[in-house]
Design a protein around this ligand. Structure first.
Ligand SMILES: *[C@@H]1O[C@H](CO)[C@@H](O)[C@H](O)[C@H]1NC(C)=O
Ligand SMILES: *[C@@H]1O[C@H](CO)[C@@H](O)[C@H](O)[C@H]1NC(C)=O
Ligand SMILES: *[C@@H]1O[C@H](CO)[C@@H](O)[C@H](O)[C@H]1NC(C)=O
Ligand SMILES: *[C@@H]1O[C@H](CO)[C@@H](O)[C@H](O)[C@H]1NC(C)=O
Ligand SMILES: *[C@@H]1O[C@H](CO)[C@@H](O)[C@H](O)[C@H]1NC(C)=O
Ligand SMILES: [Ca+2]
Length: 449
């Protein structure tokens, strides 16, 4: 005999969603953060289903929670890195050859002492061997990844980022070595022009704090190069808040920029750096990779209340890892809405946009429902990219939202939702020390030993 399975697909997803408390996006009136207290994660469930046969035998369904694992697919990236190493090695050997050619020329029309040239030659060989060593270290990194592959159960995203950073720092070092080789050739070498070598970067401002350090104190746009292998780009620097040196990632102040955008828009950034904008996930990734960063969020509501949140660590992974968010511990006055509770936690979540669903809500797209790109959970206790409302509003809570704001918890389901006048996200190196009161620096002690 055959038990019919009517509408199981739909029924099961509804049950699963209910069991996991994931109905937030589907039902506007259940979206308050505190509605979720007391619910554990989605456990393994055994439940009866369908009509019981005579004699009490009932069909039973075993449900396992979905399992998601991050596989170290940077393996593909490593191949690219090794290719890049080969290219760099080729550059080194052609540079080395051109230096030798050039030395012969130089011997013809210069003083016979020529110690410098011999020194350069030795230097080239030394650098070449360094390059070889580095490339074998890169192979070591590859092995390391293979080993990590074998220990998947212990693998967290943070580990992967460490490996990525390790490889990246080796690459940066290698690039640096090759760049310095570029300046070692005797100056009259004619073939030097033909050699395609990376430009030597003399002054690199990785983020706003580097401009602060050289004495720039006005809040405006500056050009930064967080990673010398990528092109530089403009950022807005806040040189006033809490000592200054902040690179602004996001700003809302008047609703002039639409934040309901595609994955591609959030990737490259949009808006006006002097008003409202999203800097762009690729740039945010490079900035947070170049130095250990802290995050500051400033918020102001329409009653003039201004509060802030500080996170002592902030890292956004690359596009391959879906710009996963990593935040450290909280301090501040606005409350820890990015990590509100076990079930409302934006930390370690992927980026989701209306056209790219990477959230933890199984039956829909939080980005579509809440009209923005964000590191959605299932779905949110904070969303600074929501719509800009000029006053309180009703309906779906798709405005700029910070769940720990004073009075936020009192709003009734279906009632008015509060809105924000200003929001700003910015980062600064963790070990940055603002110079407080630099007046004494201009005083020199003259005459005293
Ligand atoms: C490159 O690596 C070598 C050895 O690992 C180290 O001594 C050197 O300081 C590094 N250079 C840069 C620019 O990081
Ligand atoms: C913002 O952009 C979205 C998607 O293009 C569009 O549907 C929406 O109407 C826009 N909102 C405003 C206020 O222009
Ligand atoms: C940096 O370079 C990588 C690889 O070429 C590219 O995918 C990425 O978009 C670049 N990032 C920026 C901010 O230009
Ligand atoms: C939070 O910040 C304040 C002000 O900077 C500081 O005094 C305090 O020690 C910080 N608390 C923690 C837990 O870091
Ligand atoms: C809202 O939160 C505040 C402080 O977090 C608390 O004192 C108050 O009782 C809460 N109100 C409701 C209705 O839960
Ligand atoms: Ca989803």
């Amino acid at each position: 005999m055959k038990t019919p399975l009517p509408r199981w697909g739909r029924l099961s997803s509804a049950l699963l969603a209910a069991a996991c408390g994931l109905l937030i996006a589907a039902r506007g009136h259940t979206e308050e953060p505190e509605d979720r207290r007391g619910q554990a994660g989605c456990p393994v469930r055994l439940e009866s289903r369908g009509r019981c046969a005579e004699g009490g035998d009932c069909p039973v369904q075993l449900r396992l929670p979905p399992l998601t694992m991050e596989l170290p697919q940077e393996l593909g990236r490593i191949q690219e890195v090794l290719k890049e190493v080969q290219t760099l090695k080729d550059i080194v050997s052609s540079l080395s050859k051109s230096c030798q050619d050039c030395r012969l020329q130089a011997d013809d029309n210069r003083d016979p002492e020529g110690h410098g040239d011999r020194g350069d030659d030795a230097r080239v060989q030394e650098l070449e061997s360094q390059v070889h060593q580095l490339s074998s270290e890169l192979r070591g990194a590859k092995d390391e990844i293979h080993e990590l592959h074998g220990r998947l159960e212990q693998l967290s995203l943070v580990n992967m980022n460490n490996v990525e950073n390790y490889v990246d720092s080796k690459m940066a070092n290698l690039t640096f070595v090759v760049n310095s080789l570029d300046g070692k050739c005797p100056s009259k070498c004619p073939s030097q022009e033909e050699i395609q070598s990376p430009p030597v970067q003399h002054l690199i401002y990785k983020d706003c704090s580097d401009y602060y350090v050289i004495g720039r104190r006005s809040s405006e746009t500056y050009r930064v190069t967080p990673d010398p292998r990528n092109s530089s780009f403009e950022v807005y620097c806040d040189m006033e808040t809490m000592g200054g040196g902040w690179t602004v990632l996001q700003a809302r102040l008047d609703g002039s920029t639409n934040f309901t955008r595609t994955w591609q828009d959030y990737k490259t950034g949009f808006g006006n750096l002097r008003r409202e904008f999203w800097l762009g996930n690729d740039k945010i990734h490079l900035l947070t990779k170049s130095k250990e960063m802290i995050l500051r969020i400033d918020l102001e509501d329409f009653n003039g209340v201004k509060l802030y949140a500080l996170y002592d660590q902030f890292y956004v992974a690359n596009e391959f890892l879906k710009y996963r968010l990593h935040i450290g511990s909280y301090n501040g006055t606005a409350g820890n809405a990015l990590h509100f509770s076990k079930h409302y936690n934006h930390n370690l979540k992927f980026f989701t946009t209306p056209d790219r669903d990477n959230d933890r809500y199984p039956s829909g797209n939080c980005g579509l429902y809440y009209s923005s790109g964000w590191w959605f959970d299932a779905c949110l206790s904070a969303n600074l990219n929501g719509k800009y409302y000029h006053q309180k509003y009703k309906g779906v809570r798709n405005g700029i939202f910070w769940g720990t704001w004073p009075g936020m918890n009192q709003s009734q389901p279906g009632g008015y939702k509060s809105s924000f006048k200003q929001a700003k996200m910015m980062i600064r190196p963790k070990h940055f020390k603002p110079k407080l009161g630099s007046a004494h620096l201009s005083r020199y002690s003259l005459g005293e030993p």
